[in-house]
Ligand binder design. Structure first.
Ligand SMILES: Nc1ncnc2c1ncn2[C@@H]1O[C@H](COP(=O)(O)OP(=O)(O)OP(=O)(O)O)[C@@H](O)[C@H]1O
Ligand SMILES: [Mg+2]
Length: 404
């Protein structure tokens, strides 16, 4: 059956989902139950950007463990303050940058400039020149201000400690000049501060907002709000909501709760039933626990996803514990053909595999001697059931191809 026919057949199936995208990682809900206080605190800290634009450069750190809503809170607040500024004719832009994707100061400043000027060349300038362009040719010329959010900044703060200092000094080199950039820095914990040079530490004399882990009953409220948006009425049983909230009580992780809910919904669809019973949540938990976390998958490129699918498919066929690099490449080429995508060469594939093994908990590489002739080969091991990885990757790849 061709890919097109499979898709058409799937689209004609009944589903419990009213709008699945409302559970996706990129969607920021309008309401964030149990985070109203934190958003109010942000409003208090940043009201100066509206009342006296340019008067000061404000710096705030949002801290909290995985899935406590750091990204969601910042994005929701950023959009709100940008809207309010617009109404008051203040040119304030909220720019959200994930530092796991933009890994250097150069990439970050480039991204900020491209926000204002999408045609700006990606190469050809050094960091100092980029800062000058951003300050003089964009912000001062347009009388614009930025509220920049550096998300997942734990690494970059230690690797490029002077970056934040330079960013927050933008527009500060003449007398009575305006402060053009304020900053929200999102980190998981404050261990980064110990590693910093004391002269840089002063940049961090900023307010810190701690997001506590969600309790089981808070997770219940969060799930209920998202269920209204994502599912048809009456499809998710209360029992199921309670069970998922309890599953996630220890981690206090809303993302994990939403992932379980999404997967439970997928299982209900697969079983062609309109009720998401607790058994589907249990099944989802059994399958997600090996550790295929969405925050890792969202940063993979299309070819890494194709490679993971290739490994999963190969294991499904062979029922073996390992896949050789050669088998992986062959399977990958077939899958690329299936999706009509040009495959990458061996060296690139190998780089991608090494990176996958580095960042994920679900893939390992192992070098071993060849049995039949001299030399070595690399074996790939999957730490999660191939069935789940296959399903997740097929969905991921399909989403990406539809967007293309
Ligand atoms: N209070 C809330 N109400 C509704 N949805 C929420 C709430 N808090 C978090 N979420 C949702 O849970 C998921 C995880 O939240 P978010 O991405 O903001 O977490 P995070 O703290 O940034 O985690 P990480 O450190 O892993 O990046 C998102 O889909 C988000 O929309
Ligand atoms: Mg986040």
């Amino acid at each position: 059956m061709s890919v097109k026919n499979i898709l058409e057949e799937e689209l004609s199936q009944p589903t419990v989902f009213r709008d699945e995208t409302k559970l996706s990682i990129d969607y920021t809900p309008l309401q964030l139950p149990h985070r109203e206080e934190e958003i109010r605190t942000l409003a208090r800290l940043f009201r100066i950007l509206i009342e006296n634009p340019g008067g000061t450069s404000k710096k705030v750190i949002i801290m909290g463990s995985t899935g406590t809503g750091k990204t969601a809170v910042s994005k929701r607040f950023g959009t709100m303050i940008q809207d309010v500024a617009k109404k008051k004719n203040i040119y304030l832009r909220y720019i959200h940058i994930n530092c796991r994707q933009c890994k250097t100061g150069f990439m970050i400043i480039n991204r900020i400039i491209q926000h204002f000027n999408p045609k700006f060349p990606r190469r050809g300038f050094n960091v100092a020149e980029l800062l000058h362009i951003l300050s003089n040719e964009i912000l001062i010329k347009r009388n614009a201000y930025i509220l920049l959010c550096l998300d997942d900044a734990d690494q970059i703060i230690t690797s490029e400690p002077s970056l934040l200092y330079h960013l927050t000094r933008i527009g500060d080199d003449s007398l009575n000049s305006k402060q053009r950039l304020s900053l929200i820095t999102i980190v998981k914990n404050d261990s980064f501060r110990k590693t910093l040079d004391p002269s840089i530490q002063s940049t961090f004399q900023s307010s810190i907002i701690h997001l506590e882990k969600y309790s089981s009953s808070q997770l219940r409220d969060i799930l209920k709000a998202r269920i209204k948006e994502a599912f048809f009425d009456g499809t998710v049983l209360n029992e199921t909501i309670n069970l998922i909230s309890d599953f996630c009580e220890e981690s206090g992780d809303a993302r994990y709760a939403l992932e379980l809910l999404w997967l439970a919904g997928k299982y209900a669809d697969e079983a062609k039933t309109f009720q998401i019973s607790p058994e589907f949540a249990r099944k989802a938990k059994a399958n997600l626990d090996p550790g295929i976390k969405k925050e890792i998958i969202r940063d993979l490129n299309l070819h890494q996803k194709l490679l993971l699918l290739a490994i999963a498919r190969r294991l499904k066929k062979t029922e073996k514990a390992y896949v050789t690099m050669g088998e992986c490449q062959a399977s990958y080429q077939i899958i690329c053909e299936e999706y009509g995508i040009k495959s990458r060469g061996y060296t690139t594939i190998w780089e991608y595999i090494k990176e996958l093994a580095n960042i994920s908990t679900f893939l390992n590489t192992k070098v071993t001697r060849l049995e039949d002739r001299p030399g070595q080969t690399t074996l790939l091991r999957l730490n999660v059931p191939f069935e789940i990885l296959e399903q997740i990757m097929e969905n991921e790849i399909m989403n990406e191809i539809v967007v293309l």
